[in-house]
Design a protein around this ligand. Structure first.
Ligand SMILES: Cc1cc2nc3c(=O)[nH]c(=O)nc-3n(C[C@H](O)[C@H](O)[C@H](O)COP(=O)(O)OP(=O)(O)OC[C@H]3O[C@@H](n4cnc5c(N)ncnc54)[C@H](O)[C@@H]3O)c2cc1C
Ligand code: FES
Length: 248
């Protein structure tokens, strides 16, 4: 099992709507991170017990960035940290997205599903045709992509991102969908992909406890025989056809 490192925060960039980007510097970590993987982060003071799973958002040279939304106690404790403060980090953890060549690919994210797909987009070879769709509740939840959607219509197109995806596949051949977001969005997307014969890999943001495979608190149903896999070890990226969406 990976042990944790204590690393100083190199930079924090405050964004709209309680979002922030937190950068740390570590040569070994930066060299290992692949799109779709995550790290467990913990502010040494302030959080009662748990590390928080946060996707790798970017790697530039020796620096690794995390794009975080302030939600509850754990992310709030991270949000009040300052440059130079020490952070406990375990990672990188979990599986990564496939990196294909010569495919027509659509990236679909919802809410805090945005960071792993923004990182993935930077890694996809130029032989692919890539379109990045992102959806959020309102203007505060949308970030640079090819087409954005909001539920309240305050930015981009007023629609669910899955509706935007359905419209896209009416006019464009798609080989592969790579996605991350809330389970209802992924479930709807998975049904559309299945009905249209499109290969789909989804990254799940299940609620986690240990984050390193010990507690089985993040287990999700796979296959039709009542089997389970851990999102933190066998995931977070899964072949969507292997997941039992009925049990989610
Ligand atoms: C693999 C993975 C990657 C992630 N990557 C990112 C990322 O890049 N950026 C980011 O901002 N967040 C990311 N998250 C989500 C982030 O870990 C949660 O927002 C965080 O756990 C909330 O913790 P908290 O202590 O702030 O809030 P809590 O106090 O734990 O929770 C606040 C509320 O949100 C609910 N909740 C918390 N987490 C989840 C969840 N995963 N699914 C459904 N409901 C939840 C709780 O039930 C509670 O009602 C990721 C999660 C996973 C599993
Ligand atoms: S969170 Fe403990 S096994 Fe995945």
């Amino acid at each position: 099992m990976k042990s944790y490192k204590i690393l100083p925060i190199w930079r924090i960039e405050r964004l709209k709507g309680g979002y922030f980007v937190l950068w740390i510097e570590d040569t070994e970590l930066a060299a290992q991170c692949r799109p779709g993987q995550f790290c467990e982060l913990k502010a040494p003071q302030g959080i009662p017990r748990l590390f928080k799973p946060i996707s790798v958002f970017d790697v530039i040279q020796d620096r690794v960035a995390f794009f975080i939304k302030t939600v509850g106690a754990g992310t709030n404790a991270l949000s009040v940290m300052r440059e130079g403060d020490l952070l406990q980090v375990i990672g990188p953890l979990g599986t990564s997205f496939p990196i294909p060549n010569n495919k027509s690919i659509v990236l679909v994210s919802g809410g805090v599903g945005y960071p792993p797909l923004a990182f993935l987009k930077k890694h996809l070879p130029s032989s692919n045709q890539v379109r990045f769709l992102h959806g959020g509740a309102c203007a505060d939840d949308v970030f640079p992509c090819d087409e954005c959607f909001t539920v309240d219509g305050s930015a981009g197109i007023k629609a669910f991102v899955t509706e935007g995806f359905m419209r896209l596949i009416e006019t464009r051949h798609v080989d592969l969908v790579l996605s991350c977001g809330p389970v209802p969005m992924l479930k709807a997307l998975s049904a559309i992909c299945k009905a249209n014969g499109i290969k789909h890999f989804a990254s799940l943001e299940a609620y986690m406890a240990c984050g390193v495979g010990v507690c089985h608190g993040c287990a999700v149903g796979v296959g039709s025989k009542g089997d389970y896999q851990r999102v933190c070890v066998e995931g977070p990226v899964f072949d969507a056809d292997d997941l039992n969406w009925e049990l989610m």
